[in-house]
Write a protein that binds this ligand. Structure first.
Ligand SMILES: [Zn+2]
Ligand SMILES: [Zn+2]
Length: 148
């Protein structure tokens, strides 16, 4: 498992300092996100958490994510196939989506450089850098298949 960007204690502390209290389910979703930095879908989160809380509904997971997004703790990665992925890392970065394995990798983006190309007078509300292609691992596997 990858290292989470912030610990669950830090995240909860951040919320409490803004007077936001999380229900048990929302806390479960936040905890899951902090431990899974691989940009899961709602379905993945639901299936995994349901193993621990069988009474959990998908709507609860969805609503919890929505609340965490509006609190600024989780961001949404809009995908072309409409199956949005969720990200606990909310600092500026772009995503590379592999068309073969479906993995999403993070890479740094300098948003100031991007915005410098925009004429003055525009108001930007959200942004999303998404690259599609084949990742290094899948590219290597493809090459090996060709030569074997
Ligand atoms: Zn891949
Ligand atoms: Zn990300």
């Amino acid at each position: 498992m990858e290292r989470p960007c912030k610990s669950i204690q830090e995240l909860v502390g951040e919320l409490e300092s803004r007077n936001i209290r999380l229900s048990h389910q929302r806390l479960m979703v936040l905890e899951y996100m902090a431990n899974h930095t691989n940009h899961p879908t709602v379905d993945q989160i639901y299936v995994d958490i349901q193993k621990e809380i069988p009474t959990l509904s998908k709507a609860t997971v969805y609503n919890s994510l929505k609340a965490l997004v509006s609190a600024g703790l989780v961001s949404i990665i809009p995908m072309e196939n409409n199956e949005n992925r969720f990200d606990i890392i909310t600092t500026a970065h772009g995503h590379f989506c592999c068309e073969v394995c479906g993995n999403i990798e993070d890479f740094p983006v300098n948003i100031d450089t991007c915005l410098a190309g925009l004429h003055e007078g525009y108001q930007v509300h959200s942004w999303n850098v998404l690259l599609n292609g084949i990742c290094k691992t899948c590219k290597k596997a493809e090459k090996e298949r060709k030569f074997s």
